[in-house]
Design a binder for this molecule. Structure first.
Ligand SMILES: Nc1ncnc2c1ncn2[C@@H]1O[C@H](COP(=O)(O)OP(=O)(O)OP(=O)(O)O)[C@@H](O)[C@H]1O
Length: 829
């Protein structure tokens, strides 16, 4: 049952293909080659409708251009077929693969244009567009029309499934203009129910056939790990920027959501669990039927919508007690035709349709262009959200995915420009850089972790030996190292054999792998050790507590027993069975025992107190350490500040020294300049050289210094004046005091003389004596105070004059420095 919509069939017949079997309509390459000579005559007589100039038969023979600008014709005279080679190591280092697939010419194209093509394949990776100017393109693979569906699958589909099984998200796009072979590549002919593929069976059925065969094998090989797989499929179509569920056509206009856990997903999209390739085919056919129904209702063709078939593959297994969970998302995308939609004349639905197709494909182109810019180090916003297609597939474009782009092209001359545009698109896509990672989780319990630690320890010592010992430690060419908790198995290639640069590169990258693994293993081991120690301490504490509780219960039981015995004894005493003395003796005995028990409890309480004290001591220790740390930091910072200050001073000194040097140098060079040529000096408007600007800076610095010095000198002047004034004031004061003292002395001498004369005459001599004595005492005191003041004033005057001298000296130094600086400045100006 061919998987083609009616409209698509119409397009195919327009291009001269028959739906049933392409092998019938398109001759195989040998046939094609054989028919070339036959068609030459035909071609020579036919005018090429879409071309500006017709070619003569000689042109076919020469495989030349006919000289007419813009015409693109080539003849596969020595048509060569290039074998596609599978490269299993490709995906180890790459996350994006671009393949060009060339479809054969259709019979109608041949009948109109003969075997002329717009492209020429150069190798299995290179293709040349033979238009004007000729353009050469290189891709990961170029598949010509002879490459079978199976080969294409082996080159791209098979490793893609392997990647999915390894936990990598994968995506395959088919891009190209309508009728270029996208659906043929992605689906081809699917026949439900048959076990074997037909020759034209496309990628999707082959992918799922292989996927389920791999799942089966894994299940068999990893029986012990109880591996389980779950596969869920969904199928959607994006038409007019609306998402339609092809497995449930009642759900239209579905919305794309983003979630931290799920990533990007379509809300309410039906997901069906599938267990075999046949289940998948059923879903594909049902989806295709729904597409067909919708197409008739909405009057559209497959080339106007994008279809996305998604399968989520989840696996769970247990290894050494750890549960592993791995998942991968596989997208198979058949894009709408990339040809420019002719909106001219289109209106209503058609216009909307054309705009939306253009929108999603142009956004796709823009996304790719921006991703290329990003990979070139130019930061750009990637407009994923500008179209449903790019939003949904954002992981596949520059994200966590391994992506294959199959760019389908038509060799027909009438499709020349579209082919060139597809080649350019594919060329850009080659530069996309994805970042695919294995989607895997692992979880387990403590005992298992403990086991893991032991094993990791062994692994670590083995790896240590490997890294240190190198090749000698390896006894076989290839050995596998499995790291628990790590996604897979590290394959270690042997160190024997030839040592090509590639080998040494591999070795380096292997060594890096080991180092990374070792670091990881060490880290995990350390974490586990810490966790284990914490658990052990906790365990010990809990056990101790339990024992304590047990002891407490025991002693309480004992006390209870004593109480009961005491009660019984008292009853016996009351009944007269035993004497009160006996009871009291017994009671005393029991009391002693209880005291003993309580003492142990108190002792235990003492233990608690000891713990509390210990706790306090530790707290104090922490506080001390903290403050020590903080203080230490402060000391360190102070030291740093001092160092910086010293450095600053050194720098300033250096600047001052070199400032004068550079000024001298500049002056000399300026003198020399004026001596050699009488050019006017450089004006301030002229651009300054770095040297000049540094001299100017120095100048400015010196000018500021001069200003500062001047200010300091002024201050010192003022201080000096003040000192002079003070000195004068004090001198005046001293003179006054001296005068007073002199007066006092005179007065005293006069008084003494008068006393000697008047003493015998006075009758109230005793009264006069007393008064005079008091006055004299007061005068002596005043004289003593005056001399004291005089001495102080002298001292102050001496200090001030010393200070004055010092200031004068300082001032002189400053004046000298100032004069020197000013003369320097004048020299610069
Ligand atoms: N490599 C090929 N070998 C043989 N036949 C091919 C090849 N590629 C395409 N064809 C044939 O070309 C015709 C058009 O191809 P197909 O329908 O896959 O184009 P398409 O790009 O999907 O177009 P549309 O975008 O309109 O859906 C089909 O009949 C298909 O069988």
């Amino acid at each position: 049952m061919p998987f083609l919509s009616d409209t698509a069939s119409a397009i195919k017949s327009r291009f001269g293909f028959h739906d049933r079997s392409v092998s019938e309509s398109v001759p195989s390459t040998p046939d094609l080659l054989k028919s070339v000579s036959r068609d030459h005559n035909l071609a020579s007589t036919q005018s090429l409708v879409s071309m500006s100039a017709a070619r003569r038969i000689d042109d076919w023979e020469d495989d030349d251009h006919d000289g007419v600008t813009g015409s693109v014709v080539s003849v596969p005279r020595h048509a060569q077929s290039f074998e596609l080679s599978e490269d299993p190591s490709f995906w180890k280092e790459h996350n994006v693969q671009v393949i060009i697939r060339l479809r054969p010419l259709s019979s109608s194209e041949i009948s109109v244009q003969g075997h002329s093509k717009c492209v020429r394949q150069e190798s299995c990776q290179t293709i040349t567009w033979t238009g004007h100017p000729e353009s050469r393109f290189t891709f990961d693979h170029v598949a010509d029309e002879t490459v079978s569906q199976e080969k294409i699958f082996k080159v791209s589909g098979l490793p893609m499934v392997d990647n999915c099984m390894g936990g990598y998200n994968s995506c395959m796009f088919a891009y190209g203009q309508t009728g270029s072979g996208k659906t043929h590549t992605m689906l081809g002919d699917i026949e439900e129910g048959t076990r074997r593929h037909s020759v034209n069976c496309g990628m999707t059925p082959r992918v799922f056939e292989y996927l389920f065969s791999r799942i089966q094998k894994e299940k068999e090989v990893r029986k012990d790990e109880k591996i389980k797989f779950t596969c869920k499929c969904s199928f959607l179509e994006i038409y007019n920027e609306q998402i339609l569920d092809l497995l449930d056509p009642s759900s239209t206009n579905l919305q794309i959501r983003e979630d931290v856990k799920k990533g990007v997903y379509v809300e309410n999209l039906k997901e069906i669990e599938v267990a075999s390739a046949r289940d998948v085919l059923q879903q594909l056919i049902q989806g295709a039927a729904n597409r067909k129904v919708a197409a008739t209702n909405m009057n559209r063709a497959s080339s106007r919508s994008h279809s996305v078939f998604t399968c989520i593959i989840e696996s769970k297994w247990e290894s050494q007690g750890v549960i592993h969970h791995r998942f991968a998302r596989l997208h198979l995308v058949d894009l709408a035709g990339s040809e420019r939609q002719k909106s001219s004349g289109a209106e209503g639905e058609r216009l909307k349709e054309a705009t939306n197709i253009n929108k999603s494909l142009s956004t796709l182109g823009l996304v790719i262009m921006n991703l290329v810019s990003i990979s070139n180090g130019k930061a750009h916003h990637v407009p994923y959200r500008d179209s449903k297609l790019t939003f949904l597939l954002q992981d596949s474009l520059g994200g966590n995915s391994k992506t294959i782009i199959i760019a389908n092209i038509s060799p027909s001359l009438c499709c020349s420009l579209e082919t060139l545009s597809t080649l350019k698109f594919a060329q850009r896509a080659k530069f996309i850089k994805n970042n695919a990672i294995v989607n895997e989780d692992a979880s387990g319990d403590v005992i298992v972790m403990r086991l893991q630690i032991q094993q990791l320890k062994k692994e670590v010592s083995r790896l240590r030996g490997l890294v240190n010992g190198g090749a000698e430690n390896l006894d076989s060419d290839t050995s596998s190292l499995s790291f628990l908790g790590s996604p897979g198995i590290f394959k270690c290639e042997g160190f024997h054999g030839s040592s090509s640069p590639l080998m040494s590169e591999n070795r380096i990258s292997q060594k890096k792998d080991y180092e990374v693994a070792l670091v990881g293993a060490f880290r995990r081991e350390k974490d586990m050790d810490i966790a284990l120690k914490a658990l052990a301490t906790e365990n010990q504490a809990v056990m101790q507590l339990a024992k304590q509780r047990e002891d407490e219960i025991k002693s309480l039981k004992m006390i209870l027993r004593f109480r009961e015995a005491g009660v019984k004894r008292l009853e016996a005493v009351a009944a007269g069975k035993i004497s009160a003395e006996t009871h009291l003796l017994k009671e005393k005995e029991e009391h002693l025992k209880v005291i003993e028990v309580l003492r142990t409890q108190v002792d235990r309480n003492q233990e608690v107190t000891r713990f509390a004290t210990e706790n306090l001591r530790l707290k104090e220790e922490i506080r001390r350490l903290k403050s020590f740390c903080e203080e230490g930091e402060r000391v360190m910072m102070n030291e740093q500040i001092m160092v910086l200050q010293n450095k600053l001073l050194e720098a300033l000194d250096w600047k001052l020294m070199h400032g004068s040097d550079s000024l001298a140098v500049q002056k000399t060079s300026l003198d020399m300049d004026t001596a050699v040529n009488d050019d006017p000096p450089i004006s301030s408007q002229e651009p300054r050289t770095p040297c000049q600007s540094s001299i100017n800076e120095e100048n400015e610095f010196l000018r500021i210094q001069v200003i500062q010095n001047q200010a300091e000198i002024d201050l010192l002047h003022k201080k000096l004046e003040f000192c002079f004034e003070e000195k004068e004031r004090l001198e005046r004061h001293v003179n006054d005091l001296m005068m007073k003292l002199e007066e006092e002395r005179c007065f005293r001498a006069i008084n003494e003389k008068t006393e000697q004369l008047e003493l015998p005459l006075s009758t109230d001599a005793s009264v006069v004596d007393v008064n005079d004595g008091m006055e004299l005492k007061a005068m002596v005191d005043a004289i003593a105070a005056a001399s004291q003041q005089e001495a102080e004033a002298h001292e102050k005057a001496i200090t001030l004059s010393t200070e004055n001298n010092e200031l004068r000296l300082k001032l002189e130094t400053f004046i000298e420095a100032n004069e020197e600086l000013q003369s320097n400045l004048k020299g610069i100006d």
